[in-house]
Design a protein around this ligand. Structure first.
Ligand code: NAD
Length: 267
């Protein structure tokens, strides 16, 4: 799988928790990484050892839910390389425990249509638009790999019990929109894989389990006990699968959903 050298990889949400790590990993593998994010460029400096990879990273501030923003950025991307090899649709709105959300607002009974629509926009419209805009360029070469990032919550329903505190009260509810969108990411992957299969574009999906990121100890313990490997995920746990799907060594894979969850969804 050492064929990433000089491949152009577009990574949406490249300045998030997983995105920063993927940017570093793919650049270290000598790919050219185009980072599209709404966060400002100063966030790039928070990528570890950024100086060692900076000549391989091309950042554009871009709202990936907005067709005009994508159309504006496309010619700039094509100046770096005419061939887009890989698109990783990673940007999403992921309500997390770390952000100390208000449990009342995330309860299904109270969850607002505004928040529902926002989630659909970021988690799904971005996939539709990025796949359309960048996929059309891939069609010209009859070659490309689209990697969509879903979640275990697109495969199974969220276990709300892991968010209970010591008094058995929910400190947080996984809201209804996130799992709904992630299930749709898996379905969209199958749709596009089937639609573009004959055109040389492969479309696959990765469903990660929860990443450990300074959540409270009690939550980590509860989450961990539901996995078979006895721990939460680290961003690095996704490296191997991402690298495989970027590489020609996965050339007979399309429409797949690869679950990377330490066994959470097995039992
Ligand atoms: N963190 C987890 O535990 C976990 C688990 C399973 C799946 N995932 C999935 O992995 C992916 C990355 O998750 P993460 O934890 O790194 O999330 P994150 O919130 O840390 O990062 C998301 C990034 O997307 C960017 N973004 C949001 N809206 C955007 C827009 N309109 N245009 C451009 N950029 C935008 C944000 O600025 C941010 O940098 C997501 O698809 C998420 O659903 C995460």
């Amino acid at each position: 799988m050492n064929d990433l050298k000089n491949k152009m990889i577009i990574l949406t949400g490249g300045l998030g928790l997983i995105g920063k790590e993927l940017t570093f990993f793919l650049a270290k593998n000598n790919a050219k990484i185009v980072v599209l994010d709404i966060k400002l460029s100063k966030e790039l400096k928070k990528i570890k050892n950024f100086d060692s990879i900076k000549n391989k990273v091309f950042y554009f501030k871009c709202d990936v839910t907005n067709l005009n923003s994508l159309k504006k950025v496309l010619p700039k991307i094509l100046k770096i390389s005419k061939k887009i090899d890989v698109v990783i649709n990673n940007a999403a709105l992921n309500d997390t425990l770390e952000g100390k959300p208000n449990p009342n607002l995330s309860k299904f009974e109270n969850f607002s249509i505004k928040n529902w629509n926002e989630s659909l926009k970021i988690n799904l419209n971005s996939l539709f638009l990025c796949s359309q805009v960048f996929g059309k360029e891939m069609l010209k070469f009859k070659d490309g790999s689209i990697i969509n990032i879903a979640s275990t919550y697109g495969v199974v329903g969220p276990d709300q019990k892991i968010y209970l505190n010591k008094n058995l009260k929910n400190t947080f509810f996984k809201n209804p929109a996130y799992p709904t969108t992630k299930g749709a990411v898996i379905s969209f992957t199958k749709y596009l894989a089937s639609y573009w299969g004959k055109n040389g574009i492969r479309v696959n999906c990765i469903s990660p389990g929860g990443i450990e990121n300074n959540q409270n100890k009690d939550f980590i313990k509860k989450y961990t006990s539901r996995t078979l490997l006895g721990r939460m995920a680290k961003p690095e746990d996704l490296f191997g699968v991402v690298k495989l799907l970027c590489s020609k060594e996965s050339s007979y894979m399309t429409g797949a959903n690869i679950i990377v969850d330490g066994g959470w969804t097995t039992i």
